[in-house]
Design a protein around this ligand. Structure first.
Ligand code: PRX
Length: 646
């Protein structure tokens, strides 16, 4: 444990989570002032947290630093030949390792190219790329220049991309000819060209990484070939631009209750400190080790734990392009063995995918280097957690957070207290600096007794690393996140419950709550009950409008064995059985009105269930934007099932 945690309590024993947590809340500035030593500062800060204009928090005000310096340059002297970025593509068969020294060189080349295209401090660079090294290099080069990146997930199509271009108004877009998924080339350039056409904001230059996967029409002089530009900047030396701690490092768009995506804006110094702290306190990653995060750079998990977190802490990070089950379900575990991965981070949905594959795949590789498997992004149901825990024999650690927060709100801090217990079904307890409160949704009162359901909120100031504001729209930041209750408090829009031991349980989004005959129900609770049924592999529940009861729950179930739903009689029997399971676990009030058996649930490529689309199908409405859908046939199948009525 680092010297920061070599601290002793008053009793003289090593600090445990609770003591440190209390300190992070009650001696906020003392605690974070100490954490700030984890990163390099060009100029020291004057104030740890300037909260003179709530809810806007200015962390480490007066200080100057640079994210790229902390992720790359800082490590070049100490670990020049250590791998920094390991790119593995099972799509193209390529594997490439960049050491810290090599990454430093590549980032400067990219920074020089961006400069030559006119990028200066404060300009936006939009990155629309597949999972290749150049994407990470582009992110690092952007923040090196004090510019602001906005990565748009490669699975978004032209409309979503255009709206983000309009909002971010980038000077340059960095893109690629194509990605590849399941062996199928996915061209990017035509979608980008269309988006650039659609957008009212006109982008001056487009930097294209041509991978030779798809024909990309280059429009001169707007489009620039990366390989050619790189060749002209081989010896580039571009120093880091020192920026204020509060200078934005990036924006990342995320959807909320309205159709217009919000640009979550992150600062520089606070983010670097928060990630550095989380890497040790939560993820237990050490310099020289390897981190495997299976997310995508287009999502917040990718920003924090493919790119910045591991690199800031001097680890090697794996950038993986490919499916979790191709060539087979052993692919992740083969990377764990080959690169001696010590920390792995994935999503429950991916584990559920693996669950349906050959169990032998999990046993084929030496996983001795792996310390923990972290899962986040959606509720981790107990059966899945138990299954993967048994299968790999490692601690499974849930962590709950949001695009807005940038790092975990709830988890366990095994880097602080190695024996801190976890509880199945719970993502854990508040992480350091998060003053989490459960509020009564109607009265806004603090729920202090155990096992009461409330809205999970966070008292301001949010800890470092969380969103500063909504890009270009301070009013929206205040209105969306801080104005639900009379008292100004950050709303996560999640329902939560805290048990008598302080463990939190997430019951789903407040904006997805269903109300059946006056009873408020979490679709999540019903799902948990149904998934405990031995025949069920996956389930999603939505609240469908009902003229009698307001809403009723419909469950969509993927069965483990399709033979169980082969005939109408089979389906009816299993439907009854599933309903009975809900009756017995939650009570008849939570029983779904219908259980539909389907062959897959509609999900985005990042694994989020598209509940709203399912709901729209049930209610005969338009399904809205489906560009991130993993498998469009899943939704069509549901339509057929719903229309057939079974
Ligand atoms: O509803 C919560 C759910 O995902 C939302 C945030 O999603 P996103 O902005 O994509 O950020 C994901 C970062 C990991 C939350 O409001 N969620 C996230 N993690 C969990 C979760 N729900 C339950 N358990 C989790 N561990």
């Amino acid at each position: 444990m680092s010297s920061l945690f070599g601290r002793k309590s008053d009793r003289g024993d090593a600090m445990n989570y609770e003591e440190l947590y209390r300190r992070s809340i009650h001696d906020r500035d003392g605690f974070w002032g100490e954490q700030a030593k984890r990163i390099d500062w060009h100029r020291p800060f004057d104030t740890v947290c300037d909260y003179s204009e709530p809810p806007f928090a200015r962390w480490f005000a007066g200080g100057q630093t640079n994210l790229c310096h902390n992720a790359v340059d800082r490590h070049v002297a100490a670990r020049p030949d250590q791998p920094a970025l390991i790119h593995v593509s099972t799509e193209t068969g390529k594997e490439e390792i960049l050491t810290y020294a090599q990454l430093h060189v590549e980032v400067q080349r990219m920074a020089a190219i961006l400069q030559s295209l006119g990028v200066r401090k404060g300009d936006r660079v939009l990155i629309y790329m597949p999972m290749i090294s150049e994407a990470v290099v582009a992110m690092l080069a952007t923040v090196r220049l004090g510019a602001i990146h906005s990565v748009v997930f490669g699975g978004f199509a032209s409309h979503s991309l255009a709206s983000r271009i309009e909002d971010a108004t980038p000077k340059v877009v960095v893109s690629a000819d194509a990605g590849s998924r399941g062996g199928k080339v996915v061209p990017y350039k035509p979608l980008l060209d269309e988006a650039l056409q659609l957008s009212a904001h006109k982008v001056e230059r487009v930097l294209m990484v041509n991978r030779g996967l798809a024909e990309a029409t280059m429009l001169s002089p707007r489009d620039v070939d990366y390989a050619e530009a790189r060749a002209a900047h081989m010896d580039a030396q571009v120093p880091c631009e020192w920026v204020d701690s509060t200078h934005p490092s990036y924006t990342l768009y995320t959807s909320g209750t309205t159709g217009k995506p919000k640009g979550v804006q992150r600062d520089t110094g606070g983010y670097a400190v928060a990630l550095a702290a989380s890497m040790e306190q939560i993820y237990c990653g050490k310099p020289g080790e390897t981190f495997l995060c299976t997310s995508d750079i287009g999502w917040v998990v990718g920003h924090s734990y493919i790119v910045y977190g591991p690199l800031i802490s001097g680890m090697a990070t794996i950038v993986y392009e490919g499916l979790p089950i191709r060539p087979d379900a052993a692919i992740w575990w083969s990377m764990v063995e080959k690169y001696r991965v010590s920390v792995m981070f994935s999503a429950p949905t991916a584990i559920r995918v693996l669950k349906k594959q050959d169990p032998e795949c999990l046993k084929r590789h030496d996983l001795s280097s792996l310390k923990h498997l972290f899962l986040a992004g959606e509720p981790l149901d107990e059966p899945t957690a138990r299954w993967i825990a048994d299968a790999i024999g490692k601690p499974i650690i849930d962590n709950y957070w949001q695009t807005e927060t940038g790092w975990p709100i709830l988890s366990v801090a095994r880097g602080v207290q190695p024996d801190q217990p976890t509880r199945f079904g719970s993502p854990g307890v508040p992480m350091l600096g998060y003053n989490v409160k459960l509020l009564n949704d109607l009265t806004g009162e603090d729920l202090t007794e155990p096992n009461q359901k409330g809205v999970l909120t966070i008292e301001g100031p949010l800890p470092p690393g969380c969103l500063q504001t909504v890009w270009g729209d301070d009013a929206r930041f205040v209105k969306t996140y801080w104005s639900t209750f009379k008292r100004q408090v950050y709303n996560t829009f999640d329902w939560g419950i805290r048990d008598a031991d302080g463990f939190y349980f997430i019951l789903g989004r407040t904006d997805d709550v269903i109300n059946v005959a006056g009873h408020r129900l979490g679709t999540r609770e019903i799902e948990e009950a149904i998934s405990s049924h031995a025949g069920v592999a996956e389930v999603a529940v939505v609240g469908v409008a009902d003229s009698l009861k307001g809403q009723v729950a419909h469950a969509f179930v993927v069965v483990r064995d399709p033979a169980r739903v082969a005939s109408d009689a089979d389906r009816q029997a299993l439907e009854k059985d599933v309903m009975h399971t809900v009756d017995s676990q939650l009570g008849a009030v939570a029983r779904p009105a219908r259980v539909h058996f389907v062959n897959a649930l509609p999900k985005t490529r990042s694994g989020k269930l598209l509940r709203r689309a399912m709901l729209a199908v049930c209610e005969g409405r338009d399904t809205g934007d489906l560009t991130t859908l993993e498998d469009p046939t899943a939704l069509q199948h549901i339509k057929d099932v719903v229309q057939r009525g079974n």
